[in-house]
Ligand binder design. Structure first.
Ligand code: ATP
Ligand code: MG
Length: 180
C-alpha cells in the first residue's frame, strides 16, 4: 500500500485545487518557508479524521478553511482527497485503489467519503485500523513525535505495538461490545 495522490482544495493555503502525485519510492516536498509544505502533512492528518485542532496547528476547526489573502476572498469549504494504492488489500476492501475524502463547510457541517460513498467518521477510522496509517498511528512521524513516544506512559506506548501487531480492531470491537 502506498500513498498515490492527494488533492487539496480550500484547505489552509491551498486556494486552488492542487493535485500532488507520489510514486512508490521516497518523495520530498521542497519549497521556501511558509509555502505550504507542513500544510500538506496537516491535510493528510485531517483527511484521516484528525479532530484535535492543536495537532493541525489551528485554534478552531474552521481555521483549516482558506481564509483569504489581500488578493483573494476566503473560501467557505475545504476538501481533501487521499488516494491509496491497495494492491495487497491491506485495507479491507477488495479494490486496487481506495480514496478517502473529508469536506468541511464554514457553517460547521462536515462530510466523509470512502470511494465517493458518504460514511461516518467512525467508518473511515475503522478502515485504517491495524494498517499503521490512521491519524494517530505511526505512519506520520512529525517533529517531536519520537520524543513523545519515548516519554509516553507504557500503556500509551503499547497502542503502537498493538497497531503493528494488527490487534487494534479486535480490541476496539471488544471495548464496544463491553459497552453494549
Ligand atoms: P516552513 O518551511 O517554515 O516549515 P511550510 O512550507 O511548512 O514552512 P506551512 O506551515 O505549511 O509552511 O504554511 C504556512 C502558510 O500557510 C502561512 O503563510 C499561513 O498564512 C498559511 N495558512 C495557514 N492556514 C491558512 C488558512 N486557513 N488560509 C490561508 N492561508 C493559511
Ligand atoms: Mg513546515
Amino acid at each position: 500500500m502506498f500513498l498515490k495522490s492527494i488533492e487539496i482544495f480550500g484547505f489552509k493555503s491551498f486556494a486552488d485545487k492542487s493535485l500532488i502525485q507520489f510514486s512508490d519510492g521516497v518523495s520530498a516536498l521542497l519549497g521556501p518557508n511558509g509555502c505550504g509544505k507542513s500544510n500538506v502533512v496537516d491535510a493528510i492528518k485531517w483527511v484521516l479524521g484528525e479532530q484535535a485542532t492543536k495537532s493541525l496547528r489551528a485554534d478552531k476547526m474552521e481555521d483549516v478553511i482558506f481564509n483569504g489573502t489581500e488578493a483573494r476572498k476566503a473560501l467557505n469549504v475545504a476538501e481533501v482527497t487521499l488516494t491509496l494504492q491497495n494492491d495487497h488489500n491491506l485495507l479491507p476492501l477488495d479494490m486496487p485503489e481506495v480514496s478517502v475524502k473529508r469536506r468541511l463547510y464554514r457553517n460547521g457541517d462536515s462530510e466523509y467519503y470512502i470511494n465517493n460513498t458518504p460514511v461516518r467518521l467512525k467508518e473511515l477510522r475503522e478502515l485504517f485500523y491495524d494498517t499503521g496509517v490512521g491519524k494517530s498511528a505511526y505512519s506520520i512521524m512529525e517533529q517531536g513525535k519520537i520524543d513523545q513516544v519515548l516519554s509516553n506512559k507504557p500503556e500509551e506506548r503499547r497502542l503502537i505495538f498493538e497497531e503493528a501487531a494488527a490487534i487494534t480492531k479486535f480490541k476496539v470491537r471488544g471495548q464496544e461490545a463491553e459497552r453494549k
